[in-house]
Design a protein around this ligand. Structure first.
Ligand SMILES: NC(=O)c1ccc[n+]([C@@H]2O[C@H](COP(=O)([O-])OP(=O)(O)OC[C@H]3O[C@@H](n4cnc5c(N)ncnc54)[C@H](O)[C@@H]3O)[C@@H](O)[C@H]2O)c1
Length: 411
């Protein structure tokens, strides 16, 4: 296979982690160009290549100049949230595949531009949603496709992570903090929703129809700011935003976003069907016929049945997704190995010039939850229609080429 030549646009902390994962892929991929509009960030990033003892890439201050570089096949875009979509559109218009980092959209209009760019250029845009390649998420998808959960009924997901330090970081102009300062919505939907959308076959026989979002009051960020002596900020982002999505096939997804209160990290996943349930926060799966179920007698001597969780890890040997069966003894890169898998899936699509496993329709459907949830909250929780970015193709999509990286089927 031809070595993939990559440009990285946006050289912050995330780019550093991605570079470490790319270096660990040893030779499949080479970073030939790097861009940031901060010279300081460029200098720091280029220094990492010396540390890894690999050739420095060509550096650019403007992403449009990098996109003209003939020595770049595809770009990875770990910039801050507001710039992902525009840069991906520019890349596709120059015939280059783009992999954007996670985030939400500011408007549906920019997502339509993304979809039209992919449709008119024939190259595609993937989101590097690493959680789609998480071991548990993939195992559950494998089990769902084997029919072990029966017919799917209800799912939950979320992003709950104490990032309250953003309360005193607004002066650093860190964009993420500014989004939380000014906006109020489901700001970080894809870590939870990406894997769930794939499990529910969104855009391939199913789609998101409507959502409603409800926001609590906002205390956590302000409290964190006050503790540092900052008394003049008030954050708009609610401590908890709850979003309910109704799907065309009748399933409901409840999403929870909370990044300002003290608590352990969770993506809150729950997948429930007529035969079983996965509950991330219980570390357990219950499947009829596989998990323990006992008949006991209550104090009056009447029989009742109890269901017990099977620990998720006890099912790895039997139900690990083929990707993880091959990977579990040699995990490399960031976020428990998920980063490397997402990158390899993207590089595979670039090498073969095929549609990536998370395609432009997925990107649009997942990212629109952010701006639509803001609208719903602003209207007191009214339902908001979710656009069909496939323009009807979800009913009968053309078959994807079988690929080990597929997130639709298990090959
Ligand atoms: N998948 C994950 O697990 C994960 C983890 C962390 C961060 N992220 C995502 O990665 C992205 C980057 O996060 P970060 O923490 O590195 O952010 P950051 O703000 O530290 O870095 C972003 C960099 O992009 C540069 N930049 C912004 N717009 C640009 C433009 N138009 N042209 C060139 N450079 C530009 C900035 O100067 C900055 O150096 C975000 O979308 C974040 O949500 C994902």
């Amino acid at each position: 296979m031809k070595q993939v030549k990559i440009g990285i646009i946006g050289l912050g902390g995330r780019a550093e982690t991605l570079l470490a994962s790319i270096v660990a892929l040893s030779g499949e991929v080479v970073v030939t160009a790097a861009c940031d509009f901060s010279q300081q960030k460029i200098d720091h990033f280029l220094g990492l290549f010396d540390k890894y003892k690999i050739k420095r890439p060509k550096a650019y201050l403007r992403h449009l100049d990098l996109l003209d570089d003939k020595n770049v096949d595809a770009v990875i875009v770990p910039t801050s949230w507001n710039s992902h979509i525009q840069i991906a559109c520019d890349a596709m218009k120059k015939g280059k595949y783009a992999a954007i980092e996670v985030g939400g959209a500011a408007s549906c209009d920019e997502l339509w531009q993304l979809v039209h760019a992919a449709e008119s250029t024939g190259v595609s845009c993937m989101m590097l949603e690493n959680c789609c390649y998480g071991r548990n998420e993939l195992m559950v998808m494998n089990m769902v496709r084997k029919g072990l959960f029966g017919e799917l009924i209800y799912c939950e997901c979320g992003y709950e992570h104490d990032l309250s330090e953003m309360g005193y970081r607004t002066d650093s102009r860190q964009e993420r903090a500014l989004h939380n300062l000014h906006r109020n919505g489901e700001l970080y939907p894809t870590h939870g929703l990406g894997p769930i959308a794939k499990i529910l076959k969104i855009n391939r026989g199913n789609r998101f129809l409507t959502l409603t979002s409800t926001a609590t009051k906002s205390c956590g960020f302000d409290l964190a700011a006050r503790k540092k002596g900052i008394n003049n900020v008030h954050f708009n982002e609610a401590d908890i935003v709850v979003t309910n999505i109704k799907c065309a096939n009748g399933e409901v997804i409840t999403m929870t976003h909370g990044v300002s209160l003290p608590r352990p990290y969770s993506r809150d996943c729950r997948v429930q069907g007529t035969q079983g349930i996965w509950l991330e926060n219980s570390n357990g799966i219950y499947i009829e016929g596989i998990s323990p179920r006992y008949c006991k007698l209550d104090v009056a001597g009447n029989p009742y049945s109890t269901h017990e969780w099977t620990p998720v890890k006890d099912l790895y040997e039997r139900f690990d997704h083929p990707i993880w069966q091959a990977y579990r003894n040699n995990v490399v890169g960031g976020h428990g190995g998920m980063d490397s898998l997402a990158l390899r899936a993207f590089f595979d699509a670039v090498q073969k010039r095929t549609t990536p496993p998370i395609d432009v329709y997925d990107v649009a459907a997942w990212m629109c939850i952010t701006c639509l949830s803001e609208q719903s909250i602003a209207m007191g929780g009214l339902p908001v229609p979710i656009p069909d970015f496939t323009n009807g193709k979800w009913v009968c999509r053309e078959e994807e080429l079988p690929s080990k990286w597929s997130l639709n089927e298990v090959y």
